[in-house]
Design a binder for this molecule. Structure first.
Ligand SMILES: [Cu+2]
Length: 217
């Protein structure tokens, strides 16, 4: 599908809900949204990028929402602008790397949080996971032998808290936004969530200012 044929039906963007491409276009003309069409060398097609920037103190964050022709959606954030730094002392090297004569880029964390309300073939979606479980069976055509084979393990999480996973916990193989609607083979239509994040538990849970960012646990 050509990028010029793409249609925006409903867009949740920067805390506002846009019901039409015209509304989004208004915001675009106001300079708050950039729409960039990029050549995607890997897929040999074009991708649509919704991009915005936010300046927070020394940082200029770039927020990208990328839409691929095959249906994949990707959210990316880059931190640009001025680096967070402190005065150089030799002891400071325990906390960062030297950048200049009197400057250390000290270690710190950027925590950000996406709240995703993804509609997969309708609004009645649920969160599910798909994992792998081994089973030990008797080989049907050779009963004197045992066989260990993988089976699919589907899990439903009816409550939001149950779907909150802690850092360092082994995640199920597939995290799925699942529709009650089925495809022609009887499988529930789903979108897979892939997390490419280096975020971690920054401070011990409950420790002083950590209580201000409990959403980051
Ligand atoms: Cu930083």
């Amino acid at each position: 599908m050509k990028a010029q044929d793409w249609a925006v039906e409903q867009v949740w963007y920067n805390g506002k809900f846009y019901r039409s491409p015209e509304e989004l276009a208004q915001k675009y003309h106001a300079g708050e949204v950039d729409v960039v069409v990029l050549e995607d060398l890997w897929l040999q097609g074009q991708v649509l990028v919704l991009r915005t920037m936010s300046t927070v103190y020394n940082y200029d964050y770039i927020w990208d929402f990328i839409f691929y022709p095959n249906g994949v959606m990707e959210a990316k954030m880059h931190a640009t602008g001025y680096v967070h730094a402190t005065f150089y002392t030799p002891e400071g090297l325990r906390h960062g790397t030297r950048l200049h004569t009197h400057l250390i880029g000290n270690m710190h964390t950027h925590l950000l949080h996406y709240r995703v309300d993804l509609d997969v073939a309708g609004t009645r979606n649920s969160f599910q996971t798909l994992g792998m479980k081994l089973e030990n069976i008797t080989n049907p055509w050779s009963p004197e032998h045992q066989l260990v084979q993988p089976t699919l393990e589907q899990m439903a999480y009816p409550r939001e808290r149950q779907a909150a996973f802690h850092f360092r916990q082994t995640l199920p193989k597939y995290l799925l936004f699942t529709s009650p609607k089925e495809n022609c083979w009887g499988h529930q239509r789903s979108y897979r969530l892939q997390i490419h994040s280096m975020a971690e538990q920054v401070l011990p849970p409950g420790w002083q200012e950590e209580r201000a960012v409990t959403w980051a646990r």
